[in-house]
Write a protein that binds this ligand. Structure first.
Ligand code: ATP
Ligand code: MG
Length: 326
């Protein structure tokens, strides 16, 4: 299965202060650098789940870009589709954490990714149209998202809303999306009201499906996830986890749902997006199992994630459930 991801690429610089953070002071800390970006994380997960993955993004020509290219080479993710912006900084996300891991503050510079124009995407038309699914993230500006939709032609599309602030960038392309993945805050930003009760969650799904989406998945952190399509709304608890690092769990969910979307069609001998692929609840479970496994390991992406491990996790979860009923 071929999946193309167009979206965010950045270096994550995580700084864990050794003592309670003091403002306007120099705080001794442990500092680690890793590859990140919602689109990049989704692409790495997809690759690990066995999808033939193309990743389109932009970077500067600085040391951070070299770091990301090296990292992509190690994992086998092709970096030849990165647009190079001379003199611009590669995407950076700097997090400052309290000693216990709680976020003190974070800043991000996504100038390179936001500089991707509709014209920049034209050369990738063949890559996108040869895909079973294209995944977009809301780090792209609205006109670039619209251009991605145009060049995709009839290829099914999925989007990840990235953050409450950026989610609104997707408003114009909702009718063209086969699947949208948001978290609670992103769903609230799109719906325009709090998604804090089951009633509101159902209403939010109804409104967003009414905008023309094929399927919506709203992840709810420790409270699980909600998936909805014309077949109904399914609200599910999170899989039991031995939590280690929740960073990237949502990206793993998106990748899992994307992979399932393509595989479901393939298993039934129908193209992705055909009626057999419309099993939102099964897709949600596959995504949630990817998220559960990812949250039990350090880093935004678990480097030993495989589709087999996800299936095993789902089976043991189902067996556990049936044991409980005995
Ligand atoms: N504390 C937790 N305990 C159990 N499962 C969790 C927890 N946090 C997240 N998950 C699982 O991960 C899924 C996605 O998490 P979340 O809703 O936090 O996504 P997100 O906000 O998009 O995350 P990201 O930081 O990756 O963008 C949840 O639906 C749930 O299945
Ligand atoms: Mg997310």
């Amino acid at each position: 299965m071929k999946i193309t991801v167009i979206g965010g690429l950045n270096v994550d610089i995580g700084c864990v202060s050794l003592n309670a953070v003091r403002r306007a002071d120099s705080n001794p800390a442990r500092v680690r650098m890793s590859a990140g970006g919602v689109g990049r994380n989704i692409a790495e997960n997809l690759l690990r789940l066995g999808a033939d993955t193309a990743f389109i993004s932009a970077a500067g020509d600085d040391g951070f870009a070299s770091f990301l290219r090296e990292r992509m080479a190690v994992i086998g993710l092709d970096s030849s589709r990165l647009i190079v912006r001379r003199g611009m900084s590669t995407g950076l996300y700097v997090l400052i954490l309290e000693p216990a891991g709680e976020l003190f503050t974070a800043v991000n510079d996504m100038e390179a990714v936001e500089s991707i124009t509709p014209a920049d995407l034209e050369p990738f038309k063949k890559t996108v149209t040869a895909s079973d699914l294209a995944v977009l993230d809301a780090n792209l500006l609205p006109e670039t998202l619209e251009a991605a939709v145009r060049i995709a032609g009839g290829v099914p599309l999925m989007a990840d809303a990235v953050s409450a602030e950026k989610a609104k960038r997707l408003a114009g392309i909702l009718p063209r999306l086969a699947i949208l993945k948001t978290n609670r805050a992103e769903a609230e930003a799109l719906a325009g009201f709090p998604v804090d009760t089951e009633k509101n969650l159902r209403e939010c799904c109804r409104i967003l499906l009414g905008a023309g989406l094929g399927e919506i998945h709203i992840t709810l952190g420790k409270d699980g996830y909600c998936c909805a399509s014309k077949d109904g709304v399914f609200i599910q608890p999170a899989l039991p986890v031995k939590l280690m690092d929740v960073n990237g769990a949502g990206d793993a969910y998106t990748a899992g749902a994307a992979r399932h979307f393509c595989a479901a069609g393939r298993e039934h001998g129908t193209p992705p997006g055909a009626p057999h692929a419309s099993d939102a609840a099964a897709r949600g479970l596959f995504g949630a199992a990817c998220a559960a496994i990812t949250s039990e390991h350090p880093g935004a992406v678990y480097d030993e994630l495989t589709a087999e491990k996800v299936r095993e996790r789902i089976t043991s979860q189902k067996n556990g459930e049936s044991n409980e009923r005995v």
